[in-house]
Write a protein that binds this ligand. Structure first.
Ligand code: NAD
Length: 367
């Protein structure tokens, strides 16, 4: 057990290495193609809600290595517009009942699960059993046990699994990983981060149904702060304290409205994090022995801004979801490890469970 933090640190360091390798291999494609496989892998989006409609489908118009080839939906009225907008043939349209027959469809290489959180596990398992590679949105599921089931199903089927951590493929966030993990400004001592929005009155499942969401803002958006801390440090937390608060008592049944949590790391670094549905914050700030760097806004789809000490990080034009899906398609074509893997999603879920336990019990949880 005593070498656990070292092993974990190595794992994250490997993910930075993998990110650099990915950048090299992507640019090799861009300058003329070092691989014989120029086919665009077919993606079927499963769950045609807000994120699939407004972010993923448009991003798939900008991908080099994959394309929108099919849809899986429980709402027949949506089908016509999707077929028209994206030229999807009838044979690539599925519902939740006939979805398993997707295994016979050679147009579809990847199923991308974009449903409410507690439906990720059943659909990921079915997709893997149908012989498809799978992308699953964050949070991976609502418990670590369910995440393990998903990992096992994909392993058993010999299929790759990516979690929709778009920011792991964003150049600003890759800068955080590089500056923090390579200790460009010495050892990181303190990370402050918060991701919140004011949205408690919305009636979407994420605010009304804890059985589907698994929790409040921590599961939904605080997970980005958790990720940001982990990859800025390249370490895993060894202890957690947390507090949760509520000001609008009749809203957000069985879930937190605001949560604050603190994490201690093997190096002695500490992190102070918040996530809330009644606040407005979107930042990460990493303080090191010889400098400070960070992002604000940090976690949005675009418009991120970064700083290193008094200077600004060079601006980046980048479609996060296109980069994430292209990276996964390349992982499949080249049989390389997935950066935002199922194991990465599971690690976050174990920590989230500890954060909730710390908030519930008022005790420090040792990991
Ligand atoms: P949404 O409510 O807009 O869409 C959910 C979809 O699932 C809808 O099409 C709905 O019809 C379908 N669905 C199937 N069964 C359902 C059920 N029993 N109850 C409710 N809906 C059901 O949600 P969304 O914002 O698109 O989020 C979907 C997933 O994507 C979530 O896991 C969320 O965390 C994730 N997400 C990720 C990002 C990101 O930046 N990576 C952003 C937004 C959402």
């Amino acid at each position: 057990m005593s070498d656990q933090p070292i092993k974990r640190r190595k794992f994250i360091a490997k993910s930075v290495q993998a990110a650099s390798l990915l950048a090299l291999s992507s640019s090799a494609y861009a300058i003329g193609g070092c691989t014989a496989d120029t086919r665009k892998l077919g993606i079927a989006l499963l769950g045609l809600g807000s994120y699939a409609t407004n972010q993923l489908a448009p991003a798939l118009e900008h991908t080099q290595h994959c394309r929108l080839a099919g849809i899986v939906t429980g709402t027949p009225s949506k089908i016509g517009a999707w077929q028209k907008n994206y030229a999807i043939p009838d044979k690539n349209v599925y519902n939740y009942d006939n979805f398993d027959s997707i295994k016979n469809n050679r147009d579809i290489d990847i199923v991308y699960v974009v449903t409410p959180n507690a439906l990720h596990m059943p659909f990921v398992v079915r997709a893997a059993e149908a012989g498809k590679h799978v992308i699953c949105e964050k949070p991976m599921e609502i418990s670590s046990d369910r995440c393990k089931t998903m990992i096992t199903a994909c392993e058993k089927a010999g299929k790759k699994l990516q979690i929709g951590y778009r920011l792991q493929y964003d150049p600003y966030h890759q800068q955080l990983m590089r500056l923090g993990q390579k200790q460009e400004f010495g050892k990181v001592k303190l990370v402050n981060t918060g991701f919140s929005f004011y949205g408690v009155n919305n009636d979407n499942w994420r605010f009304t149904d804890a059985k589907l969401s698994g929790g409040g803002p921590l599961m939904d958006i605080g997970i980005y702060s958790l990720q940001g801390v982990r990859y800025s440090l390249g370490e895993e937390p060894i202890s957690i304290t947390a507090q949760r608060y509520k000001t609008i008592m009749d809203k957000l049944p069985d879930m937190e409205e605001t949560i604050c949590w603190q994490m201690e790391f093997p190096s002695g670094a500490v992190a102070n994090c918040t996530s809330s549905y009644v606040a407005r914050e979107n930042y990460i700030r990493v303080s090191s022995e010889k400098g400070v760097f960070g992002l604000e806004p940090a976690f949005s789809y675009d418009g991120l801004e970064g700083y290193i000490n008094q200077g600004v990080m060079p601006p980046q034009t980048h479609i996060q979801q296109a980069a994430q899906m292209d990276a996964f398609a390349l992982n499949i074509k080249e049989n390389t490890p997935v950066i935002a893997s199922g194991e990465e999603g599971l690690r976050d879920m174990v920590i989230i469970e500890a954060i909730y336990e710390a908030a519930r019990s008022g005790k420090k949880i040792i990991l």
